[in-house]
Design a protein around this ligand. Structure first.
Ligand code: DX5
Ligand code: ZN
Length: 219
């Protein structure tokens, strides 16, 4: 499978959001990555359901929501109603992770689990077969524009092996500090979905940056 690219709207210009959404619609990007932050689980507040609703009306590609919030289960239904396809919760925010995954599936969405940089990949051993996606945080969640934590590469390799050992078809998503320079080694290590905020939106030609992220060679 060719890897996917999911631009993060966190780095978009909210004053021209429609323009940025159109840019993604007309690019080689695969998904819209939506970063939802509550100011509690992470030290920042981003945006919530009203903006997701507006985005959903214009977006022509799957919505991939990354919930960086405490007690995310309270909002599963909201995001389902808004048309989210991939719903990702943080391992560190879910004391009953297995139940949370089940509820996401019961609502008809694909379930993802995100791991903070300190969380061991092995913590997913007993749920990996149920997961559609694992998001490896390669920065500490909360802000765009941070530098990639090198150790994340080892985590992607470990996760790739865990998925293979369990005969699972889980996608590996990498989020944080993804650049045109490190993208190829991430894909080579087993990443299936590259999230990119600043690499796309700080580029002079965002559509070209997306094209380049799609084209990265793995050898
Ligand atoms: C960070 C978010 C990321 C962020 C990535 O907490 O989860 O999705 O937007 O931004 P960059 O690509 O700039 O690191
Ligand atoms: Zn994210």
């Amino acid at each position: 499978m060719h890897h996917l690219v999911a631009p993060s709207l966190l780095s978009a210009n909210f004053l021209h959001l429609e323009k940025d959404i159109e840019m993604i619609n007309n690019s080689q990007a695969d998904w819209f990555h939506l970063d939802i932050m509550d100011g509690l689980f992470v030290p920042n507040i981003s945006y919530g359901q009203p903006l997701v609703k507006a985005i959903a009306e214009k977006a022509k590609k799957p919505l991939d929501a990354h919930l960086m919030i405490r007690e995310p289960d309270r909002y599963f239904e909201d995001f389902q109603k808004l048309g989210v396809e991939y719903l990702t919760v943080h391992l560190e925010a879910c004391p009953h992770l297995h139940r949370s995954i089940q509820r996401i599936h019961d609502l008809g969405m694909k379930a993802g689990v995100a791991l903070n940089p300190h969380s061991h990949v092995g913590l997913l051993e007993d749920v990996i077969a149920q997961l559609d996606l694992v998001l490896v945080m390669s920065v500490n969640p909360g802000f765009g524009g941070q530098s990639f934590i090198p150790r994340s590469l080892t985590k992607i390799t470990k996760l790739h092996h865990l998925i293979q050992r369990n005969n699972a078809s889980t996608l590996i998503q990498v989020d944080g500090g993804v650049t045109l320079e490190n993208a190829s080694e991430l894909v080579a290590a087993g990443a299936n979905v590259l999230v990119a905020g600043s690499t796309v939106f700080r580029a002079r030609e965002p559509r070209e940056a997306i094209r380049q992220l799609k084209q990265v060679a793995t050898e």
